[in-house]
Design a protein around this ligand. Structure first.
Ligand code: TQI
Ligand code: ZN
Ligand code: ZN
Length: 169
């Protein structure tokens, strides 16, 4: 079953229309922006939340960036595989991806043959769950289940994820 962070932090009722921005230093492809738009939509479809991309990183509610190794928050990334990404509980809005992963955007080819390929959308949907206040789930089919095998794509919310987020919002 779904879980929450200790104290059940959530975005307050006054902040349910959230903006997100990508770290300006990251040279983002349109594909990456579109993966995130899709990943945010999966959650907004089932909860009273909206997500809108903005260019103003400093004032955005949610800040997304790719970082390598130690990036100043005490949770260093570790190169290929191992930790892929992390996100902090509300209302932090920090979503960090390990820039050393071989991120794959479904539908793109090329990287897909790498044994270390990681599906970006699957990780994005999971980390957004954390941003919204969901902890890990004990249900294997859930997006918030804490294991995914490399080269697996899991992007559709399970009923358990929906129940969890609807409890919060
Ligand atoms: N990153 C862990 C995760 O997001 C970081 C983490 C561990 C964490 N415990 C936490 C974050 C508790 C919030 C609360 O779960 S990860 C997966 C999955 C990771 C793991 O890089 O290991 C996904 C990132 F679920 F597949 F194991 C994305 Cl989808
Ligand atoms: Zn970080
Ligand atoms: Zn997780």
């Amino acid at each position: 079953r779904y879980s929450f962070f200790p104290g059940t932090p959530r975005w307050p009722a006054s902040r349910r229309d959230l903006t997100y921005a990508f770290l300006p230093n990251n040279r983002l492809s349109p594909e990456v922006r579109s993966v995130f738009a899709t990943a945010f939509d999966r959650w907004s479809e089932v909860a009273t939340l909206t997500f809108t991309e903005t260019d103003s990183y400093l004032t955005a509610d949610i800040r997304v960036g790719f970082f390598s190794g130690d990036h100043g928050d005490g949770e260093a990334f570790d190169g290929v595989l191992g930790t892929l990404a992390h996100a902090f509980s509300p209302p932090s809005g920090r979503l960090h991806l390990d820039g050393d992963e071989n991120w794959v955007v479904a539908g793109s080819n090329g990287d897909i043959a790498l044994p270390s390929a990681v599906d970006l959308e699957s990780v994005a949907v999971h980390e957004i769950g954390h941003l919204l206040g969901l902890g890990h789930s004990s249900i294997e089919s859930a997006i918030m289940f804490p294991t995914i095998s490399s080269r697996t794509r899991k992007v559709e919310l399970a009923q358990d994820d929906i129940d969890g987020v609807q409890q919060l919002y």
